[in-house]
Structures are given as structure tokens and as C-alpha cells.
Design a protein around this ligand. Structure first.
Ligand code: ARG
Length: 690
């Protein structure tokens, strides 16, 4: 992307010099130029000389000398220093730092605070173009929960992480299309529809949820028992279903999502336990079907559509409404961008599945093609399967026995699968939506599924070289016992309860902080702060760790006031604001961005803070590339730390001179705005006073 972060600028200039020395075109990335972690080695370091030694048959140190002689940097850097075998240490000149920092304009009223963007955009068109072309369109698939089941913590992670990508990529000017690929189709929907019906019949019979829960437990208990035991348990259920089917349910019952889920779980258990048991259910037309088959039959009715199946269609819609309404409430509480317009679930792709299969038939070979990697479509026991081969003819994926592992796209009974939908969706996203960078955020367990359908999309020719496909995975959420997070009773954690608890615990922290500092925020103000801190704590705990790892969910850790936590960052922000406010009150609210104010970076702490502020665009562009939110958290945490070191060493209120005070006040304000913008990109709301 055409940006001008300090890092990009240095890389470009070094690329020109290294190209001269190497006698060939060297790209900015090949300069191996990066920020240093130890200020003793300068601010940045260029390691281009080492790998050039062999091809140029020269000592790397000599090459480094040649690069130093060739590079044009006088306006930006002090004298370059060559260290060890040929590292080039780069130290920016203080005036250059102050000048660049001085270019960041003051906050503009009414526009969102886009601190640092001027650094990305010497002129505004830079962020909207990509080497002269429009920036590639990003399709972002995240959250994507399943209808009739409540979102679980895995969906929570996907939602929180995906939200950061949506914000960061839009911030940088990419067109972003959010896709909430909800599971609203397929065999589970028959169970959802039936579950909803079941729930309503029980209501009509005057039964409450607890009674259903008890019966569910009894059914689950019967798993693995003999046929006669299971029949004894299930026959009365089948008999009641026959009665209830004769008596249509009037519309207009208000079903909460947890009941919908309970109904679904009940049907799921009944379907599993009734397999192989003779339990006929009669419908009003006198037809009879086995209990174990009903959910499947309902699914076929739903998918067939038409007048005759209007009931299934309507109940399905109701189940979707209940679930999506619940999801939207969670999204709003979390403060993520997703809304109903972003929902483009599996059902949307249903009409596209048969044509996609036809296209697979037309475009894919039935046998591996010698000499090139390919995807093959073959029938296996009546099922349509994709097999993947490498150029040397060996299978690309194998099952644990070492046999080639297929991806089934149509079962022998004609049903399509999750994979078929993803094939239709990837085609739609590239060809209809015009996506050029497709990002999917799910847990790591789906890795193989994504590798397979990505490969298929490449081999069919939907995803050409100008399309990048990224499966952005994350680990599991573990409890403090290091097992997958569950409630004490062993149930899945309900997200709404989790957020309630976050806010309740955050309130304790806020109240305690208030008492310590003798503050007088009203109860309502404290509540609001606790809400922000609680939600921020849940999000930040997730985002601040490398998403690839599992993460241990710990209230104490995420609500700690010290360390890389949300409370630390939010209190840090509020503190900087209060320092600034005090100075502004005492000195008549000067305009610290006025042209006459010169930034002064005379102490090591001021300089370190200034340099770190200038690196904000680097942190953001890096995140846009590698999609690792914890790197932005680390940047912000370091920024807060650099500020604290500055504040300890450099008095603001008691600065020796007025120009110095104004410069320091401006550093305070730049730091606060950068923190606010950066936390905002993480989807975290700050408070001005805490
Ligand atoms: N609904 C799926 C699940 O809960 C996630 C869908 C992810 N997106 C996709 N295109 N497959 O596991």
C-alpha cells in the first residue's frame, strides 16, 4: 500500500541505495529494515548487507559501507553507524522527529479523531489508492454464529477479533464488506423448527422450561441403553407428538432465545436416542414416520419450499428472528460494528449450490492431471467428492490412515454440506462482490476445511493470483483450570451472563478506585465507567494475546489495574487527560497546536515518546497486514509506558519556560489522542474522567 510511515520512507530510500550497490532492483521489503528494540542500536536498523555478501562476493561490512555512501537521508537522519558484521544503525535527527510530529494537526471538530492519518497520507489520495489502482476490496467473514444455538465463547472471539480488522482496514481506506455467515440452513434447521414447535406445544400443555430440561436429561440418560428401555421412554413422546400435530399452533407466542435453544437440544437428543427404535408419529393426514426421522423430514420440507411447506418456512424465519435478535443485542453490548445488514447466512447460498456443483462438474477433471496440482471431482458411494492432488500426483490431504482425504460436496442422499456452501460463498464473494482479499475468522479447529475449499477455489479458477485468501484462526478460551471454559455446572458459558459479570466486577474496581482517590463521581457515572471497563476488559484480554494461542480466561488478570490490561489503559488515558485539563485550567486553555508552538524533544524521555507517537501508523499498517491485534495492544501499552516515563522526568505544569510547557502539553494531547484512536481501532471506548 502506498503509505508514508517512517518505516516505509526509510525502506524506500534504502531500497534505492541497495539497488545501486546490488546492481539490481531491490524492493523496500528486501532492505530488512526494521525498528530496533534497543535504543543503543539507533531507532531503526538495516540488515540488507549480510545476505548480499555471497552473491556479490564481498564482505558484508564493505557492502554496508557502500550502502551508507549511496543512501540519501540527510534531511531525516544523523550519521549512520555500521556495527558488527554490517548492521547499519539509523538514528533520526531530533529536528526531523519534531518536524514530523509537528505536522500532525490538532483535533478537528466533528470528524472522528484520525490521529496519525496525516502521517500515512502525505496527501489524502495516498490511502485510497494502491499503486495507482483503488485499494483492493476486503471481504471479512466473522462472528458467524448458528441459529437456534446461543453464541459461544468461540463466536465471541471471532466477533471481537473480526471487529478490529473491520475497523483497522476501513481506517486505512480499504473498502470492507462485512459478512456474518450465520449457520441458518442445513440439517440443524429441521431441528430448530421442530424444537420451536415442540416448545410451543409444551407451553400449550402448560409445561415450563424446567420440565423440558428434566425430560431432556432423561432422554440424554437413555443414550446407549437397550432398545426396549429407549422405546419405553420415547413412545409417550411420539404419542404426544401425534396428538399435537393434529392441533395447529396459533402464531404469536414470544419465545426467548434460551428456550429456542432448549427446544433444539431436546430434538437433537430425541433424534439421536430414537435411532433404530420403533416409535411412529402420525400426522393428521394419516401418514406415519419414525420419531428419529422427523427432523430430517422437516429439513427437506424447508429446503423444498413452496406453498405446501409454508409452515416450515415461517417457523424457520421465526427461529432466525429470535436468534439474530439475540445476536444483535450481544453485538450492541459489545460495541462491535456488525448489524443486520451484514448477515449473509448459509441460506442465502442455497439457490447457488446446484449451479456450483454443475460448475465443478464442468471445470474439474475426474482424474488427477499429470504434472500439475489439481482438484478432482469423483463419485464415491453415491457421494460427490473433491480430491486434491499435488503436481507429483500425491494426495494433498490424507486421513489418519494415510488414505487420500476428500471433501464431500454432496451426500449420497442429495444433501449439500457446509463445504458446498463455502464454495458457493467464496465464488460469490470474489465474482459478485468483487472481493480481492478474503479474510475468515474462525477457531483453529476448522483449519483443514479452509485449506481444502481455498485450494478448490484456486484450482477451479475462481481465486486467481490477484485474490488473497486468509484463514485467520484463534485458539480456544480456557478456564483457569486450563480446560475449555465452562460454567461451574459444566454448561457452555452464556455470553450475556459473562458480560453481566464483567460489568459487575468492573464496578467493584471502579468503586474502589474512587474511594482511594476521594473522588465524587455519581453512582450513574460510575455505572457507565464500569460498563466501559467491563466490556473493554473482556475484549482487551482477548486482543492483547497472540490470537494463535489458547487463552486462559481470568477475571483477576483482565481487571488488574497494572500490566497490559484494559483498566490500566483506560485509567492511563483518563490520567493523561486530567494532566492536560489541569494545565489548561491553570494557563487559560492555550491552543497547543498553534503555528508558533514548537515541539521540543530535548530530553531522552521526550524524544522516546515523540518517536513512539510517530510509529503509530506503523503499528496500524502492520496490523492490517498480519492481522495480529496483539501487536497494536503492545504498541499502545508501550506508548502508555513511554508517557509515564516522560511524565516522571518532565514536569508539565512546572516546565521551566512557556514554550516548553506548550510543547509538553502538546505531547500529552498527542499521546491521549493516539491512545484514543488506537483503542478505538480495537473497538474500545475510553472515558475522559474516571
Ligand atoms: N457457523 C460456523 C461455526 O459456528 C462458522 C462459519 C465461519 N464462516 C464460514 N464461511 N465457514 O462454526
Amino acid at each position: 500500500m502506498a503509505t508514508s510511515t517512517l518505516l516505509d520512507e526509510l525502506r524506500r530510500r534504502f531500497a534505492a541505495a541497495v539497488s545501486q550497490v546490488a546492481g539490481r532492483e531491490v524492493s523496500p521489503g528486501e532492505t530488512l529494515l526494521r525498528a530496533t528494540s534497543d535504543p543503543a542500536h539507533g531507532d531503526y536498523q538495516c540488515n540488507a548487507a549480510m545476505p548480499l555478501g555471497k552473491p556479490l562476493k564481498r564482505k558484508p561490512r564493505e557492502i554496508a559501507e557502500a550502502i551508507v555512501a549511496a543512501v540519501r537521508l540527510d534531511d531525516l537522519c544523523g550519521p549512520l553507524e555500521i556495527a558488527g558484521p554490517g548492521f547499519i544503525n539509523i538514528r533520526l535527527r531530533d529536528e526531523a522527529l519534531a518536524g514530523r510530529l509537528g505536522d500532525i494537526p490538532g483535533p478537528r471538530d466533528g470528524t472522528p479523531d484520525r490521529v496519525g492519518v496525516p502521517l500515512l497520507t502525505a496527501t489524502d489520495h495516498l490511502i485510497t489508492t494502491h499503486q495507482g489502482r483503488p485499494l483492493p476490496k476486503v471481504i471479512l467473514d466473522y462472528s458467524s454464529p448458528n441459529i437456534a444455538k446461543q453464541m459461544h465463547v468461540g463466536h465471541l472471539r471471532s466477533t471481537i477479533i473480526g471487529d478490529v480488522f473491520a475497523r483497522v482496514l476501513s481506517f486505512l481506506g480499504y473498502p470492507v464488506v462485512r459478512q456474518n455467515h450465520v449457520g441458518d440452513w442445513g440439517t440443524a434447521m429441521g431441528m430448530a423448527i421442530l424444537g420451536l414447535w415442540y416448545l410451543k406445544t409444551r407451553r400449550r400443555r402448560g409445561e415450563d422450561a424446567q420440565a423440558i430440561r428434566d425430560r431432556l436429561a432423561a432422554v440424554q440418560d437413555a443414550k446407549g441403553k437397550t432398545v426396549s428401555v429407549r422405546q419405553e421412554l420415547l413412545a409417550p413422546i411420539a404419542a404426544e407428538w401425534s396428538e399435537d400435530l393434529a392441533n395447529p399452533i396459533p402464531p404469536g407466542l414470544d419465545i426467548p432465545v434460551q428456550d429456542l435453544e432448549l427446544g433444539y437440544q431436546f430434538i437433537q437428543a430425541v433424534t439421536a436416542v430414537s435411532a433404530g427404535v420403533d416409535c411412529p408419529v402420525r400426522d393428521p393426514d394419516g401418514r406415519s414416520d419414525q420419531l428419529s426421522e422427523i427432523a430430517r423430514i422437516v429439513t427437506t420440507h424447508l429446503q423444498a419450499g413452496g406453498e405446501a411447506n409454508a409452515y416450515e418456512r415461517q417457523e424457520w424465519r421465526e427461529a432466525c428472528e429470535i436468534s439474530l435478535g439475540y445476536c444483535q443485542r450481544i453485538y450492541e453490548r459489545l460495541g462491535v460494528l456488525l448489524n443486520r445488514d451484514d448477515v449473509c447466512g448459509e441460506s442465502f447460498f442455497d439457490p447457488r449450490l446446484a449451479p456450483v456443483l454443475a460448475e465443478l462438474r464442468e471445470k474439474l477433471p475426474a482424474e488427477p492431471v499429470a504434472g500439475r496440482a489439481c482438484t478432482v471431482l469423483r463419485e464415491d458411494d453415491g457421494a460427490q467428492c473433491l480430491y486434491f492432488y499435488q503436481a507429483d500426483g500425491t494426495p494433498q490431504f490424507r486421513n489418519p490412515d494415510g488414505d487420500p482425504l476428500p471433501m464431500i460436496v454432496r451426500k449420497s442422499d442429495g444433501a449439500f454440506l457446509y463445504a458446498t456452501t463455502d464454495l458457493a460463498a467464496i465464488r460469490y464473494r470474489i465474482e459478485d462482490l468483487g472481493g480481492r482479499r478474503l479474510i475468515y475468522v474462525t477457531d483453529a479447529r476448522q483449519k483443514l476445511h479452509f485449506e481444502m475449499f481455498f485450494q478448490a477455489a484456486r484450482n477451479i479458477g475462481w481465486a486467481c493470483d490477484d485474490v488473497t485468501l486468509e484463514h485467520t484462526t484463534f485458539g480456544s478460551v480456557l478456564g483457569e483450570d486450563r480446560k475449555p471454559l465452562k460454567t461451574r455446572s459444566g454448561d457452555n458459558v452464556k455470553l450475556s451472563e459473562l458480560l453481566d459479570e464483567a460489568e459487575r466486577r468492573a464496578l467493584e474496581v471502579v468503586v474502589q478506585k474512587q474511594a482511594e482517590r476521594d473522588r465524587t463521581l455519581t453512582a450513574a457515572q460510575q455505572q457507565e465507567i464500569a460498563r466501559r471497563v467491563g466490556i473493554a476488559a473482556v475484549k482487551y484480554a482477548d486482543l492483547s494475546r497472540d490470537r494463535n494461542g489458547d487463552y486462559v480466561f481470568s477475571w483477576d488478570q483482565m481487571l488488574a489495574l497494572q500490566g497490559n490490561t484494559a483498566p490500566y489503559m483506560l485509567y492511563g488515558y483518563a490520567r493523561i487527560r486530567s494532566i492536560y485539563r489541569k494545565a489548561a485550567e491553570q494557563f487559560g486553555a492555550p491552543d497547543v497546536y498553534a503555528g508558533a508552538v514548537q515541539l521540543q524533544l530535548g530530553t531522552p524521555e521526550e524524544r522516546a515518546l515523540g518517536l513512539h507517537l510517530l510509529r503509530f501508523p506503523e503499528a496500524v499498517t502492520q496490523l492490517a497486514g498480519d492481522l495480529l491485534p496483539h501487536t497494536l495492544c503492545a504498541y499502545l501499552y508501550d506508548l502508555a509506558a513511554a508517557f509515564m516515563r516522560f511524565y516522571e522526568a518532565c514536569p508539565v505544569l512546572k516546565s521551566e519556560t512557556e514554550p516548553l510547557r506548550l510543547s509538553r502539553m502538546r505531547l500529552c494531547d498527542l499521546t491521549a489522542r493516539t491512545l484514543k484512536t488506537g483503542l478505538g481501532l480495537l473497538g474500545i471506548e475510553v472515558s475522559e474522567k474516571m
